[in-house]
Unconditional design. Structure first.
Length: 253
């Protein structure tokens, strides 16, 4: 079983080396790795090219203008060839060296399984050993999507045919296309997915949807539109509840 891994980059020179190293260190070697760059102006692609020979033909890259991070993800999925597909953002890295090995084991153990997902945690840049928030997907249920809760997207790995049958990320939602994907897959198409109790990814705080208050507000309204589009009752009050819940996820150590 080959796992395709997609990393979207744009001016990611400060962080992408950690991402590449964590992929290179994975004990599972049957990977098809795609870095999709939006035409970076910094040294992002110099770093990618430096690491390319170390992957022995398993690292491929594209560098050209795109229409945002989800467009880049779609390009990567479309070009990749693996049996299972996952996303690793360019400012994130795998928490342990056996993440992909565990993903492969779960998917190989049950051929009826469409996807797996698990936990992630957040750090502040420069303090990798200090967890500031732990995001567990243990209690996720599709019902909670109407309140803005979704399984940790960086831990989500699905079989290729899921994307072929049900579509790629919708670029009409520049901030919340990951939420749209989860709503479609879990609520509309009712895929069979399994929670796996381990920490997949270490994320730096400051993702696209949380980088500013305006982005949080825009993401919330996108979430409401996504629910309506898919026939799920929600409203801005429901969606806002997830921000209250996040308070209880923060850990200061």
């Amino acid at each position: 079983m080959t796992i395709s891994l997609i990393t979207a980059t744009y001016n990611s020179g400060k962080t992408v080396e950690d991402t590449l190293r964590s992929v290179l260190a994975q004990t599972y070697k049957e990977i098809d790795y795609w870095v999709v760059d939006g035409g970076s102006k910094d040294d992002t692609m110099d770093i990618v090219r430096k690491y390319e020979p170390l992957f022995s033909g398993r690292l491929h890259w594209i560098s050209e203008p795109d229409r945002g991070i989800y467009d880049a993800m779609n390009k990567g999925i479309s070009h990749s060839t693996g049996d299972v597909v996952g996303i690793l953002n360019s400012d994130d890295f795998f928490t342990s060296n056996d993440v992909l090995e565990r993903v492969a084991a779960e998917m190989q153990a049950d051929n009826t399984l469409d996807a797996v997902y698990g936990d992630i945690h957040f750090i502040k840049d420069g303090a990798p050993d200090r967890i500031v928030r732990y995001y567990s997907s243990k209690y996720f249920h599709p019902f909670w999507l109407r309140f803005g809760f979704l399984p940790a997207h960086p831990s989500f790995y699905a079989r290729r045919e899921i994307f072929e049958k049900y579509g790629l990320y919708s670029i009409k939602y520049p901030i919340a296309a990951d939420y749209d994907m989860m709503v479609r897959l879990f609520c509309k198409y009712k895929i069979k997915a399994k929670y796996t109790a381990f920490d997949y990814v270490t994320m730096r705080v400051g993702g696209v949807s949380t980088r500013s208050m305006s982005n949080r507000i825009k993401a919330a309204f996108e979430n409401v539109d996504i629910c309506r589009e898919n026939g799920i009752y929600s409203n801005i009050l429901f969606i806002s509840m997830k921000y209250l819940y996040k308070i209880f996820q923060w850990r200061l150590r």
